[in-house]
Design a protein around this ligand. Structure first.
Ligand code: NAD
Length: 256
């Protein structure tokens, strides 16, 4: 028996660096998964897992900011697997730019992706969960939602909003048996920080990654598995007394 045996979970951003690891781990723990990302079809590890376990893994692609996809994901979970137990809003985008150079278009895109879409998904998911006796919602925020960083004003505002959304939703949803928490990763070794550093020379890249590693007490980036471990715990009954928590998973970055 896995720690999440037969639980039904939606994972967004499922083709990303953390998402692919999350899909694999949740399946290993016995869950049934509805995975979603922007691409129309599953790819990489998720495509392989779908071929191996079609009865436990479904994929629905599209822009999570669209009006229809959040509801369709919840409907897919209920139609394919009979219920919804866990929502993990893991998708996200980052724009790293000095405040004075950030455009309103970039700000709007960050809020739409990192805050509005998790809100919409949560509405659909929580309604289904309340009707079936409860569930768990986990938002993937960021240390950028807790402390300020240069070039991260718009991203930080979206992720700070997401952390606060978790706290606030928890207060409304406790009576429906729904726990809501947010995790705040430090820098994780996925395509996201690589895009942030950009197309620079080897020396500049090494210096940028050394600087990012140096912000953490542990002096390195997180491996995606180290973030997903906490998500699995929060999704499981082992975290039955945790709700409304905003949890750094950051190698000590916010301790200093
Ligand atoms: N990597 C880090 O250093 C870091 C640190 C703190 C928090 N986070 C957060 O962790 C989460 C996972 O990121 P990751 O590190 O795996 O990065 P990633 O870029 O590999 O994955 C993000 C995924 O989100 C998807 N996505 C973005 N916008 C979308 C949209 N409009 N519709 C559908 N899908 C969309 C992307 O396609 C991508 O697959 C994100 O919310 C990110 O903000 C990442």
């Amino acid at each position: 028996m896995g720690r999440l045996q037969d639980k039904v979970i939606i994972i967004t951003g499922a083709l990303g660096g953390q998402g692919q690891i999350a899909v694999r781990r949740f399946l290993e723990e016995g869950a049934r998964v509805v995975a979603s990302d922007r691409a129309a079809d599953a790819a990489g590890d998720v495509a392989t897992l779908m071929a191996e376990q079609p009865e436990r893994l479904a994929y629905l692609g599209g822009d999570i900011c669209g009006d229809d996809l959040p509801g369709q994901l919840v409907a897919t979970a209920v139609e394919r697997f009979g219920r919804l137990d866990v929502l993990y809003t893991n998708h996200g985008m980052m724009v790293g730019k000095p405040f004075l150079e950030t455009t309103m278009g970039e700000f709007d895109a960050l809020i739409a992706t990192n805050l509005r879409a998790p809100f919409a998904l949560s509405l659909h998911a929580a309604r289904a969960m309340a009707a079936s006796g409860g569930g768990v919602i986990i938002h993937n925020s960021s240390v950028g939602g807790i402390v300020g960083f240069p070039t991260m004003a718009a991203y930080g505002a979206s992720k700070g909003g997401l952390a606060q959304l978790a706290r606030s939703m928890a207060t409304d949803l406790a009576e429906h048996g729904i726990r809501v928490n947010a995790i705040c990763p430090g820098v994780v070794d996925t395509p996201m920080p690589r895009r942030y550093v950009g197309d620079v020379g080897e020396e500049e890249r090494t210096a940028a990654f050394d600087a990012m590693a140096g912000m953490h007490l542990l002096k390195r980036l997180a491996r995606p598995e180290e973030i997903v471990n906490v998500v699995v715990f929060l999704a499981s009954d082992e975290a039955s007394f945790m709700t409304g928590a905003v949890i750094p998973v950051d190698g000590g970055l916010t301790a200093i």
